[in-house]
Design a protein around this ligand. Structure first.
Ligand SMILES: Cc1ncc(COP(=O)(O)O)c(C=O)c1O
Length: 511
């Protein structure tokens, strides 16, 4: 085997690529990384596609496709009859800038897309801000196709595509100029009215239409709150374990996070917590993410009182209350608030589809003007045609029908998964009991490494998440988040058996 084949074989073996990533893409990524890191030096010759295919034990067409991609992006140069050579990225970069060669060893980043046209642009080493570097350090890597048991993913196939298209066509046929403008005054008024009514009836939220802003989802709602209500260095109390998206926003806004333990009654403040002074308190009281705990009434009242005493804002993330399978949906914490301390946020990401990027934020009356103008100045919101379509979807009754339908579907899938796992799992493993959401938590003994277990499941194309990774404090509970909404009953049965076997093996080992 040639040294280059050997290098690529090792890179592929150590890469940790997702098992579903096509071979051709793996080889391309491995070669690209080796070129960037100058482990494959500029000017060095790559083995022929035939030799490399033989050395790596893969099809020649796979190698050819990877080489073609590398050539199209300027990483290698193929010369007919002579072979394929690693391109000199540094020299290219320097010539683009009209200066001498870049210092050796500096990372080179590539701007997206320009290469295929033959006008390969190789950018300077990325110079990120301190905040940018911090954010980049959290990068979770490429996202792959959604796989069975991915937590939080709704069933896209149940979305009423045709109906939505009809409603959307009607909006476009009306050719209303006002829907083509930026969204002003907090979003499309009829949608804000429909949401106001929905929140009053279904979630017991105390709300007037002026208080509702349409945002591009919870992430944007949280970011607006962080920007307008806290300064860098201020403290935010967050649940521990915590929704990573909220954590990331607060970190990006340079807030100090104080993780607060979550037990079966939700966020549980102790004396040490109470000695600190939060500006923001982020909670998911209806269905704690990810444990599923429901905040008790006593805790809700106590939290509201603490917020008043500390002069803090409570950010209530009510992301999936539509999915309550037994009993009545719980009232929102905001409905108990008599001091205008709570900012309430919801999203259509789970109940319709994540890419719709429409959410809502209900702010206390004193904050309306500040939030409206900041939303406009910072985001220039748009997508009014989507907002208008969604309005019709709600006001014509389709939303209620859709929720009823998927609630039934998801409830049945939840029960199927629960029974299947319960039959297989040993006594030292339990399954969360609460009756809502899009995932179950399989609770593991402390001695089981849930991250390793999730990786083992990933090798079977099962995308469960390790509970311990959601914690900020070192004391963590171990478990797996297992999503069921996205899976068909057949997939639940098939992959559920495989997952049960993986969990049982690990848990019994530690019994
Ligand atoms: C706790 C929580 N809040 C909110 C969201 C949805 O946020 P967005 O509206 O930004 O899609 C999610 C999505 O996974 C979530 O888990």
């Amino acid at each position: 085997m040639s040294p280059t084949s050997d290098l690529l074989a090792t890179a592929l073996a150590q890469s940790g690529f997702h098992p579903r990533l096509p071979q051709q893409r793996r080889l391309y990524e491995a070669a690209k990384a080796a070129i960037h890191q100058q482990r494959l030096a500029a000017g060095s010759k790559l083995p022929s596609s035939r030799d490399l295919a033989r050395d790596l034990g893969i099809a020649r067409n796979t190698v050819i496709a990877a080489f073609e991609q590398l050539a199209a992006e300027g990483y290698v140069v193929s010369t007919k009859g002579s072979g394929t050579y690693v391109a000199d990225l540094q020299a290219h970069s320097a010539s683009m800038r009209g200066v001498g060669a870049a210092p050796q060893g500096k990372p080179v980043t590539r701007t997206h897309g320009a290469a295929a046209s033959g006008t390969t642009a190789v950018a300077r080493p990325a110079r990120l801000s301190r905040r940018g570097q911090e954010l980049a350090s959290y990068a979770a890597g490429p996202q792959f196709e959604i796989q069975p048991f991915a937590p939080g993913e709704p069933d896209f196939s149940s979305f009423p595509f045709k109906l939505w298209q009809r409603l959307q066509n009607r909006i476009w046929r009306e050719a209303r100029n006002d829907l083509l403008d930026y969204g002003q005054s907090g979003g499309h008024l009829p949608l804000r009215q429909a949401i106001t009514e929905y929140l009053r009836i279904s979630r017991s939220v105390k709300v007037e239409v002026e208080q509702v802003l349409i945002t591009a989802g919870t992430q944007q709602s949280l970011d607006l709150c962080a920007q307008l209500l806290a300064d860098a260095g201020d403290t935010a109390w967050v649940e521990d374990p915590c929704y990573w998206g909220a954590r990331r926003v607060f970190q990006a806004r340079e807030l100090k996070l104080r993780p607060i333990t979550v037990d079966s009654d939700g966020m549980a403040l102790d004396e040490a917590d109470l000695a600190t002074r939060p500006r923001l308190i982020y909670v998911t009281p209806s269905h704690q993410y990810p444990t599923g705990a429901v905040m008790s009434l006593t805790r809700r009242r106590d939290l509201l009182e603490v917020a008043v005493r500390k002069d803090a804002w409570i950010l209530e993330d009510d992301y999936d209350s539509e999915f309550r399978y037994t009993g009545r949906p719980l009232a929102a914490l905001q409905g108990l608030d008599n001091d205008d301390r709570v900012l309430y946020m919801g999203t259509f990401s789970k109940v319709l589809y994540p890419g719709i990027k429409v959410g809502y934020l209900v702010v206390p009356p004193a904050l309306i003007d500040a939030f409206r103008s900041a939303l406009y100045d910072l985001q220039r919101p748009g997508q009014l045609t989507v907002q208008a379509t969604l309005t019709d979807f709600i006001t014509l009754g389709h939303f209620t029908t859709h929720v009823r339908k998927i609630r039934q579907t998801y409830g049945a899938r939840r029960e199927l998964l629960r029974h299947l796992l319960a039959r297989q799992l040993p006594r030292n493993v339990s399954i969360s009991k609460e009756e809502s959401g899009l995932h179950l938590v399989v609770e593991l003994p402390d001695s089981v490494d849930d991250v390793a277990l999730a990786q083992r499941a990933a090798a079977l194309s099962i995308s469960v998440k390790a509970l311990s990774t959601y914690y900020l404090k070192p004391q963590v509970r171990r478990g797996l988040l297992v999503g069921y909404a996205y899976c068909t009953p057949e997939q639940i049965t098939d992959y559920g058996r495989q997952l049960g076997a993986v969990i049982s093996g690990a848990a019994l080992d530690r019994d």
